[in-house]
Design a protein around this ligand. Structure first.
Ligand code: AHG
Ligand code: MN
Ligand code: MN
Length: 334
């Protein structure tokens, strides 16, 4: 019979492998899980209470902010800043990073972590009941003490000590990695626990699925157009044509490709010369998960995790998923 393993037990077991660990990282992951349970409830209730619709304000990217984006952002901060383990928080929904108030650090020898999140990913899909999610990533601070600094927040993705995402879909699922493989948990809403459903997820090396917004075809460079054309051409020996799957929620598209194999692309185009997705809140955490699962994540040329960020909301093109497919895509780019 399958054993019940809760998220918290799993995290603690992982931590036991490191005798020097202080438990702070486990606490932070538990705080994220708590926040995401609350967000999950609110997402499920969204049709019932008057939370859908625009607030009428724009975020730093010039996009309309929905009430659920704000709710998710605030919930994560409320659940996380009190832990005493954080010195700074950066969120897609906030222009500047949020240095954690020293009152929460008072009785701690050192608040040594920084967290980044995309509180609600795929928010344009909320009203249509399509899966949306939360993406998070955790780093160790660089500065020595006091509230966190911009330098603490602008680290390359290879410095991540943990990353993951939660999907609010037909069920609520949390996937995380601390650099020891990728593990997935399903929320049992009746007991309020995330239970292990998939330990050590590995992405297939080669796939039969591509995910890209093809409406932008004429804005892409020629190499990318040729690559996508090649996926659609009849070529039985290479397993082509591929299937197209794209819902417009990065977490949902990525999660499906992680389990079944696939390549997700959000490229640079004539409208968005740096692509659309954000390095710190979207690309880095998913690249960390993808590599831990045996996949590949680049901007078409460089490994995502090696990019030195210059600002908090920097964008990057993203090619992510099954290794052979990402390499093939790269070979077409000029
Ligand atoms: P967010 O809701 O956090 O702003 O992210 C939306 C992103 C991502 O989830 C998705 O992959 C992409 O936008 C879709 O963009 P297009 O509509 O341009 O395809
Ligand atoms: Mn997003
Ligand atoms: Mn978002």
């Amino acid at each position: 019979m399958k054993k019940f393993i809760t998220l918290y037990r799993h995290i603690i077991e992982q931590e036991r492998k490191y005798p020097e660990a202080t438990g702070q990282l486990s606490d932070l992951l538990a705080d994220i899980a708590l926040a995401c349970k609350i967000i999950s409830l609110e997402v499920n209730r969204a049709g019932l209470i008057d939370i859908l619709g625009f607030t009428g304000e724009e975020n730093v990217h010039g996009e309309k902010v929905k009430k659920l984006d704000e709710f998710a952002h605030e919930t994560l901060i409320r659940a996380m800043e009190v832990s005493g383990h954080l010195c700074a928080i950066a969120s897609e929904e906030s222009e500047d990073f949020i240095p954690v108030n020293e009152k929460y650090m008072g009785n701690r020898p050192m608040s040594k972590y920084v967290v980044h999140f995309d509180p609600l990913d795929g928010s344009s899909n909320i009203d249509a009941n399509i899966s949306i999610g939360t993406i998070f990533s955790i780093y160790k601070r660089i500065s020595k003490s006091g509230p966190g600094t911009l330098e603490d927040c602008l680290q390359k993705g290879s410095n991540q000590v943990a990353a993951g995402y939660v999907i609010y879909g037909s069920s609520t699922i949390l996937v995380y990695s601390t650099g020891e493989g990728v593990h997935g948990f399903t929320l049992d809403p009746s007991v309020g626990e995330f239970l292990l459903f998939y330990e050590n997820i590995k992405i297939p090396k080669k796939s039969k699925t591509f995910s890209i917004n093809e409406g932008n075809y004429h804005k892409w460079d020629e190499g990318l157009r040729k690559y996508i054309d090649s996926l659609k051409a009849e070529n039985k020996s290479e397993g082509k044509p591929y299937s197209a799957r794209y819902v417009g929620s990065l977490v949902a598209d990525f999660h499906r490709n992680l389990l079944y194999g696939g390549i997700f692309i959000y490229p640079a185009d004539t409208k968005n010369p740096n692509g659309k997705l954000r390095l710190l809140y979207e690309a880095n955490p998913l690249a960390f998960i993808c590599e831990q699962a045996g996949g590949r994540a680049t901007d078409g040329r460089r490994r995502i995790l090696d990019i030195e960020p210059e600002n908090l909301h920097q964008r990057t093109p993203l090619f992510i998923g099954s290794e052979d497919d990402v390499r093939e895509a790269e070979s077409y780019l000029s």
